[in-house]
Ligand binder design. Sequence first.
Ligand SMILES: *[C@@H]1O[C@H](CO)[C@@H](O)[C@H](O)[C@H]1NC(C)=O
Ligand SMILES: *[C@@H]1O[C@H](CO)[C@@H](O)[C@H](O)[C@H]1NC(C)=O
Ligand SMILES: *[C@@H]1O[C@H](CO)[C@@H](O)[C@H](O)[C@H]1NC(C)=O
Ligand SMILES: *[C@@H]1O[C@H](CO)[C@@H](O)[C@H](O)[C@H]1NC(C)=O
Length: 656
Amino acid sequence: SNSTNEAFNSTIAVLLDTGNLVVRHKSNSSHVVWQSFDDMTDTWLPAPGMFTVEMDPNGSKQYIILWNSSMVYWDTGNWTGSSFPNMPELSRANTYPNTPYTYQFVDNDQETYFTYNVTDDRILSRHVIGVSGQTQSSVWVEAAQAWVVYFSQPKANCDVYGFCGAYSKCSGSALSSSCSCLKGFSERDPNSWNLGDPTAGCRRNVQLQCGSKGLEKEKQDRFYTINSVKLPDKAYTSIEGTSNQNCQSACLNNCSCTAYSYNGTCSLWYAELLNLQDTIDGSLDNIHIRVAASELPDSRTKKRWIAGVAVGGVATLGCAVIALYFLLRRRRRINSMNLGKGSLISFKYNDLQFLTKNFSEILGVGAFGSVFKGVLPDATIMAVKKLEGLRQGEKQFRAEVSTIGTIQHVNLIQLLGFCSEGTKRLLVYEYMPNGSLDHHLFRSSTAPLSWSTRYQIATGVARGLTYLHEECRDCIIHCDIKPENILLGESLVPKVADFGLAKLLGRDFSRVLTSMRGTIGYLAPEWISGEAITTKADVFSYGMMLFEIISGKRNNMHTGTSTYTFFPMWVVRKLVEGDVQTLIDSELVTDVDLRELERVCMVACWCVQDSESSRPTMGEIVQILEGLVRVEMPPVPRYLQVLAEGVKPSEVSNLS
Ligand SMILES: *[C@@H]1O[C@H](CO)[C@@H](O)[C@H](O)[C@H]1NC(C)=O
Ligand SMILES: *[C@@H]1O[C@H](CO)[C@@H](O)[C@H](O)[C@H]1NC(C)=O
Ligand SMILES: *[C@@H]1O[C@H](CO)[C@@H](O)[C@H](O)[C@H]1NC(C)=O
Ligand SMILES: *[C@@H]1O[C@H](CO)[C@@H](O)[C@H](O)[C@H]1NC(C)=O
């Protein structure tokens, strides 16, 4: 800023790999006029926005994340000397292989700051907080030509304050989530919404009538109920000792009341509703949302509609019946198609809209889009996946889909049909009543899986992958093996989901990879190093998943008494010490078969070997798990050593 015009003319600005912006002389690179590192600020890269990261202004040794400069929704916890408690991924315990990071927290009477150094300059990494409201660390993955997020906090979008904006609901799992406007509301800023920034939220389609006095009942505002939600922040009023009916009237009689909830206590909301969240865990809270009368169909209209469907033979009954007619016709076609196995049904978008009740019941959100429940006229339930971000033409899409459709195996999800209309691409799958494996492994609300079930799941998944890798006409690399993509059918038979989709997306692996954010553990080292990806990348992810099947916990979620333990490394140690019994999930009681346990541990350790050629094939894994082939003690993978905390070189050599 003090530089003269002359100096300005003879200088250039360079952004170095270190992130330092340097203004220096054109001809003399060591003559630095100004550099950004001399004027560090308290945020990573300051920019205006709803979300900010800052040092706790109250002086504690932690960073906080704020919404609209006022509401703290996440903190790192106080610096322990080696890490921040709420971000174990960024401690030495859990970094990418061969990316030595160093951390330092400086705190004296002059200054307080935290440094984070990547000492290997071949690794490109960056750290941002963007419109998602999450802080995210990414590395550049050469193979995918994309930035891959390997760390984000808060883990779930839904935990970001105001992420979905007003009158909008957040759903999905920690790893991927989505926002949707409440019934009776539409996106306030559809453009930003489509660009992935829903923070503007939703607005009413029809203004409230307000007041009830002197209005005919038909014109009064109405309420509809959303079940199983995490309630919005700040119930402004709570009234004790009233009835549900009085609670509703209290809301109706106040023009600014937007919703109420009644559980014995009456809670009223008087402002825009923020932070409504679907709870998959079955919370019993429900909320009644106030909308104008015209937004809710009169109960009489509804009855007429139901009556219409019931006498569906009559020809004059409107769209619903016509749709039903086509569906019945389609069902006949489904029956005839089942005779020639493997043929796929080509659905009309309108039909899928009807069968899924306009995509109202969400089953999950994955890397490729959201999945909705649909019911065929014969009561068969199906899972309809709306694909997002596909850039393929129709012809290529149909070709890929028909390849996936020919794949039939008891451990692979069956594709039933698809829809390709304009830019819309949907896939229709068989429905799995027991949900995905992560539910059963990591949620305390479900009963823990027995050992024999875990073993059956490990073996089943291996069989399914063997089929994909070795027995299909074209070998298919799944690219995204993790518990979220293992669905459980009747008797908890595992079925691998989402195979073939990485190929469907062509070279666009980045979407697959970004779905792994927060759980860095499943990525094989070759994804980072830029080597070619083979089926052995799936073997690696499978191995990491085996550790989770054994422990019943996320690999990166183990917290010991004082320090953080990286479970896979611990397994390797116990295996070498011959002490496999201590490995087992404490929830498992008596039914552990120690020989099977040892086998699974051995397989897992072989799967996560550094070099692809040391890892077994999926076919070999099946044989080992079936007890047909014996395995030797695996060497300790270097990758794990890097991941594991506190393993000194001397200990490592003792292990191997
Ligand atoms: C800076 O460079 C421009 C273009 O090269 C020239 O026109 C201008 O006179 C220079 N200004 C000074 C102060 O040297
Ligand atoms: C380049 O700049 C440095 C620092 O200002 C100075 O010490 C050095 O003599 C300069 N070199 C030349 C060739 O001008
Ligand atoms: C953010 O804070 C400012 C100042 O406190 C306030 O005027 C504004 O309405 C807030 N924005 C939202 C979306 O609440
Ligand atoms: C009812 O809801 C209020 C407000 O959310 C809560 O504080 C209270 O514990 C709930 N009571 C019961 C019985 O669930």
